[in-house]
Structure formats: structure tokens, C-alpha cells
Design a protein around this ligand. Structure first.
Ligand SMILES: [Zn+2]
Length: 386
């Protein structure tokens, strides 16, 4: 093989490139060989550089290199640093990337202006490959080009190794068993569904942050008594293999939130969960201002209702009128002013406004049909339909 390679290198146009590189000043074997990277396969740029130098009788490799500033001599140190940091992490796969600095970009551009780019490879690509090989030898974890658990970044600007750890995604469903906590961070509320789920997950993974993506949200003062699908993201996890059954038990101990069907997931699930549009059944405790004569009239909301954006969410939503379907309604009398209604509606139906009418912004409404002002005393999501 070496003989054949030499034959390739002897071609006048290749030899001319090598001579030009050598003429520019001290250059290491890697940087010399890299300018002929496409000439023969199955060898490293370092081997190519050695062969070219020998062929041209250019003496020994100098201690300094004006192209890479000696980075290939220091590469083992970077590999050691990366392996040490990786040893503290739980991961299956990794990939090496290089963050170029202005100095390196300038140096490479000036070299290519002088000697051309006919047979070259970029320094970034050689660094990624050579550092990747060295780290692989030390850590024995697989390389994944598409979606590695850890991205090892050789940061040439800062002259250091950075690690970018892939977020850990966990899918599941949650129930909210108490009123008065928002799903995610909201105003003055100190506790959220997200925080309650996050607490044991952060502890188990050693993660640094989290976010929760769910299929819709219930009102802060509403319970959610069926499993609402979500995807949980843990940022920068140190550990990835956590006991999900234990997580479920710990979350349940909160007495406020429960989770079910936890499984390891991925980023692709986030838009899927966010775009889910489930029909839901609500249980609503309604108090009417005056005694109700014929509750049957509430059947009149079945079909499509027209809802202008509720006044209570006007400050954060566009003022639009939407058509939403009320699929079913049934009732249970508590006394002549108080009823428990069960309402099945399509995703996006504003249930409180369906009851009160929101000063005529929702039509028809229960208060409107009965000609009797009505207030929602309690609201629960009791069924999330597939
Ligand atoms: Zn060099």
C-alpha cells in the first residue's frame, strides 16, 4: 500500500502542492499531509505528511507548525481532558465537534490561498476525526454521528474542552389532584405541576434545568382527574438511566400530582404532544342566582357554540371568535339552585364561559338559555378522550 501511495504522491501536481506548503515555513506532518488528504485513502494525514516530506527530502518534522500552532502535538492532552469529564457522566454515545477560532480560520484561509484546495481536507474535519479516535480508545463508547448523548467540543477560541449533554426526555401522563396550582411557572404561584414532577427527576439525573410540554392545560383552579399527556425535558443530565417506577412513586408522595406510563422518549415527541387536540369531559358545579325551573333547557348548548376570547384571558390572547362543539351534556340536581353538570366538549372549548355566557361573548350559554345568571363553583377535567 505504501508503494502505491508513494506513486500517487509523486504525481507532479501533488508534489507541487507539498513543495508550496513546505516553502511557506515550518509545518507539521498533519498539516502537510492534510493538503493531500484526497490523494490516497487508508492512511492518516500524519502518515501522508511523513511520506511527502521523505519523498521530497525535506528533512525532519519541525517542532513548531505555523498552520495549526502545534495543536496536533497537544491533541492527546485534549483527549485526556475529555475522557476525564466523560467519566463522570452516564451516556451511551458521543461525537466530537470543533469550534474554530478566528486565528485558525485565518491561518487555514491563508494557506489555501497559497497552495490551493485541490486535494485538501479542512483542519476542523481532521481534528474531529483524530480527537474522536483518541477519545474512543480511552472511553470505549460508541460514536453517533446523528444524535449523540454527548457532544465533545474542542473549543479553539477558549482553548478548552466543552461538553454538550443531550437533554433527557421522558413521556407520560399526569393527574392534578388539587386546585390552585398552575401547570407551569405562572405569576406569583410558588408551586407548579411541573415543579412537583421535576423535583425527583432532577435529583435522580443530576440535571440542571427542566421544561414540561403537555397536551393543553387545565385552569389553575381546576383539577385534572384523567391522565394528561406530557413530555418532560431534563437539561444537562449527569445520569440517564433512572428508575421510572421509583420516580412515579416519589411524585405520588406529593399528594398533589400523580404520573403514569412514564417512558424514555425523545425530542420528536414534543411537537406531537403539543399539537394533540383531545375532546374532554368536565364536571362543573354550577350555582344559579335563582331557583331553576327547567334544567332540561341546558341541552340547547349541544352543537356548535360561538366563543369570543374570554375576558379573563384577553390580556394574553388575541381577541377572536371561535366555534367550538359541545358534544354532550348531562346534569345532577343538588338543590334548586345548585347542579353538577357533565359537559363533553371538543379541545379548546372554554367551559366556564359556556356556563356564564361571559357577558354575551359566548353564545349560546347555559345562563343565557335558562335566563338565569350562573357561576362556576368548581371545575374538573374528568376524562381526556383519545
Ligand atoms: Zn500543524
Amino acid at each position: 500500500m505504501k508503494k502505491e501511495a508513494l506513486k500517487e504522491f509523486r504525481k507532479p501536481e501533488v508534489a507541487a502542492v507539498a513543495k508550496e506548503v513546505l516553502k511557506r515555513g515550518p509545518v507539521c506532518d498533519n498539516c502537510l499531509g492534510r493538503q493531500a488528504a484526497q490523494v490516497s485513502t487508508g492512511m492518516t494525514n500524519r502518515d501522508r505528511g511523513k511520506a511527502l516530506r521523505q519523498m521530497l527530502g525535506a528533512g525532519r518534522e519541525p517542532a513548531k507548525c505555523g498552520v495549526c500552532m502545534g495543536i496536533f502535538k497537544r491533541i492527546d492532552g485534549y483527549a485526556d481532558a475529555a475522557a476525564k469529564r466523560l467519566a463522570k457522566l452516564e451516556y451511551e454515545t458521543f461525537l466530537v465537534g470543533t469550534k474554530m477560532s478566528c486565528d485558525f480560520i485565518r491561518s487555514e484561509e491563508s494557506l489555501w490561498e497559497d497552495v490551493g484546495i485541490d486535494y485538501c481536507e479542512s483542519i476542523r474535519s481532521e481534528l474531529n476525526r483524530e480527537l474522536g479516535k483518541l477519545i474512543w480508545k480511552k472511553v470505549k463508547h460508541e460514536v453517533d454521528e446523528k444524535s449523540p448523548d454527548v457532544l465533545v467540543i474542542l473549543n479553539l477560541e477558549k482553548d478548552r474542552i466543552d461538553l454538550q449533554v443531550k437533554s433527557l426526555f421522558i413521556s407520560g401522563g399526569y393527574k392534578k389532584l388539587v386546585r390552585g396550582i398552575p401547570q407551569t411557572k405562572w405569576d406569583k404561584y410558588r408551586e407548579t405541576v411541573e415543579d412537583i414532577i421535576a423535583a425527583p427527576l432532577l435529583k435522580a439525573t443530576g440535571g440542571e434545568g427542566h421544561s414540561m410540554h403537555a397536551a393543553g392545560r387545565e385552569d389553575i383552579d381546576a383539577r385534572c382527574l384523567d391522565w394528561r399527556p406530557f413530555v418532560f425535558e431534563i437539561k444537562n443530565p449527569v445520569r440517564r438511566k433512572i428508575d421510572l417506577r421509583l420516580m412515579r412513586a416519589k411524585i405520588k408522595k406529593s399528594g398533589k400530582v400523580e404520573v403514569s406510563g412514564l417512558s424514555f422518549s425523545d425530542k420528536k415527541q414534543v411537537p406531537i404532544v403539543k399539537s394533540m387536540r383531545h375532546d374532554k369531559t368536565y364536571s362543573v358545579l354550577v350555582e344559579f342566582e335563582r331557583p331553576v325551573k327547567s334544567i332540561e333547557a341546558v341541552e340547547g348548548v349541544k352543537g356548535y357554540v360561538s366563543q369570543r376570547t374570554p375576558t379573563r384571558v384577553m390580556h394574553r390572547r388575541a381577541d377572536l371568535t371561535r366555534k367550538r362543539r359541545v358534544i354532550d351534556i348531562s346534569w345532577k340536581r343538588i338543590n334548586n339552585k345548585n347542579f353538577e353538570l357533565q359537559i363533553k366538549g371538543e379541545a379548546g372549548l372554554y367551559v366556564k364561559e359556556l356556563v356564564t355566557g361571559d357577558s354575551g361573548r359566548t353564545k349560546p350559554s347555559i345562563a343565557g338559555l335558562l335566563g338565569n345568571p350562573a357561576a362556576v363553583k368548581a371545575l374538573d377535567v374528568i376524562k381526556i378522550w383519545d
